[in-house]
Design a protein around this ligand. Structure first.
Ligand code: NAD
Length: 438
């Protein structure tokens, strides 16, 4: 598949997604011919350009897009990203990732993603509001409660989602429009538990995975040492929840560096220090470390929860954790995947490990359609069940592929291969049952 400039370094998200997909296909021999092309290409990409009146009285034209990757299993679902470097190419890769994720955690959605090229750090709240409203107006009926449902992503938040909802609602009077977007504030139909959903889902998935006993010497979180990269929404909730589950958080980091304490960090102290100082660095009675130190820390479980392409060809051999939980999207590159597999380091892939966010987004959508507000314990119980079922399906698929594929090259499947095979299989079955060809 063709790719844009920047792909040569092997870290381009589109190339990564394509390589992962191709690797998964190499374990499947029963896909209907012709289906592969349909599965790799987006169903639809909408480009919009729109002028915004800036605070300094100038007018600036912005470029936005929304990629709908596949809708065979249901309406598109995926975030809207505001970033100066966001590209159609990147968004297409993330939309495909959403297709596999929604299939795996078994929510009735397809994959989508959107973006506006802008730098939120240099925009006022009023400018962001105008950009969001105009973007939604330009998208028109490309989004909707039964067609494509956005959510927050990089540099968009519940306020952005409130603007998306309100703008869409103005143009679609007389109907319940709350299900057009998820990640909304609670009073606008947001779900209890959405904020911590990705971190909690990560915990649920990890605990279930450990119960399967695939990871040597790791059968529960009790006393297990954990390193977490990134302390945003996902990382900070994961830190708190893994600690509550009995793990010892031995080091954490943010964009400015990290801190370590072999006796275990106290999540409340870490977060209080970060709130006060803008970084975890300098937390009393801890050792200051770099992000690179964190990624190669001697620990049982490593949780990259910040950015993509953190564990690469150049540092994968130094990873000392037994298990890597991909809380971020695509933190391990395909080259690194192979190195980790050779070293016996197990990777629980992103499409299940961080699937908790989209699961609770689905719960929000259902609550909106039914005009309900589920109690927190109901959300958490249902999330746990979804995550455990997804992990069980991956493990079963992994064992099946491992035991039934006899390849000349002697290769063994990774959990990522198994997760993608499972997702592709589920989607292709739906496509064949719907008999979508004309
Ligand atoms: P966030 O913006 O809230 O937090 C990101 C964190 O990463 C920040 O603490 C930042 O300081 C840190 N960081 C940035 N650069 C770093 C570096 N070089 N080294 C160490 N830390 C660094 O983002 P988030 O919502 O927590 O998302 C994190 C990852 O999880 C992303 O890959 C995102 O796509 C993925 N994800 C998030 C959700 C969700 O519900 N928020 C769902 C699925 C996947």
């Amino acid at each position: 598949m063709s790719n844009a400039a920047g792909a040569d370094n092997g870290l381009d998200l589109y190339v990564i997604a394509q390589q992962q997909f191709d690797r998964a296909l190499s374990w499947m021999d029963d896909l209907k011919s012709g289906l592969i092309d349909y599965l790799v290409t987006p169903k639809r990409t909408v480009h919009v350009r729109f002028p915004i009146h800036m605070d300094d009285d100038s007018v600036q034209t912005f470029h936005g897009f929304r990629v709908l990757h596949n809708t065979a299993r249901g309406p598109g679902k995926g975030g809207i990203r505001y970033h100066p470097d966001v590209s159609e190419h990147e968004v297409a890769a993330l939309a495909a990732l959403m297709t596999w994720k929604t299939a795996l955690v078994d929510v009735p959605f397809g994959g989508a993603k959107g973006g506006v090229v802008c730098n939120p750090k240099e925009l006022s709240r009023a400018e962001l509001r105008r950009i969001t409203r105009r973007f939604v107006i330009e998208l028109g009926d490309a989004i909707g409660p039964y067609t494509d449902i956005p959510a927050p992503d990089v540099y968009t938040d519940e306020q952005t989602m409130a603007w998306v909802y309100d703008t869409f609602d103005v143009f679609h009077r007389g109907q319940n429009n709350r299900a057009v977007v998820t990640g909304k504030p609670l009073r606008l139909g947001g779900s209890l538990g959405r904020d911590a959903a990705t971190g909690r889902g990560c915990l649920n998935a990890t605990e279930r995975f450990l119960e399967h006993g695939i990871c040597k010497d790791l059968e529960s979180l009790a006393g297990v040492s954990v390193a977490i990269q990134g302390l945003g929404n996902v990382g900070s909730n994961a830190m708190r929840l893994f600690h509550e589950a009995g793990a010892r958080i031995v080091c954490v980091s943010d964009s400015q560096g990290g801190v370590a304490d072999e006796d275990g960090l106290d999540p409340d102290e870490v977060l209080a220090h970060k709130t006060e100082n803008g970084t975890v660095v300098g937390l009393p009675e801890t050792k200051t470390i770099t992000n690179e130190d964190l990624l190669t820390w001697d620990c049982d479980i490593l949780i990259p929860a910040a950015l993509e392409s953190q564990i690469r060809q150049d540092n994968a051999a130094n990873v000392r954790a037994k298990l890597v939980i991909e809380a971020a999207n695509a933190p391990v590159t395909p080259d690194a995947d192979e190195i980790l597999q050779e070293k016996g380091v197990v990777v629980l892939p992103d499409i299940v490990a961080n699937g908790g966010g989209v699961v609770v987004s689905y719960f929000e959508w259902v609550q909106n359609l039914e005009n309900q507000q589920w109690p927190l314990d109901e959300v958490e119980t249902k999330l746990k069940r979804k995550m455990e079922t997804a992990v069980d399906a991956i493990v079963t698929r992994w064992q099946h592929v491992r035991d039934n594929s006899h390849r000349d090259d002697g290769a063994a499947p990774t959990l990522r291969d198994a997760a993608l095979v499972e997702a592709i299989q589920r989607l292709s079955e739906v496509i064949l049952q719907r008999d979508i060809w004309m």
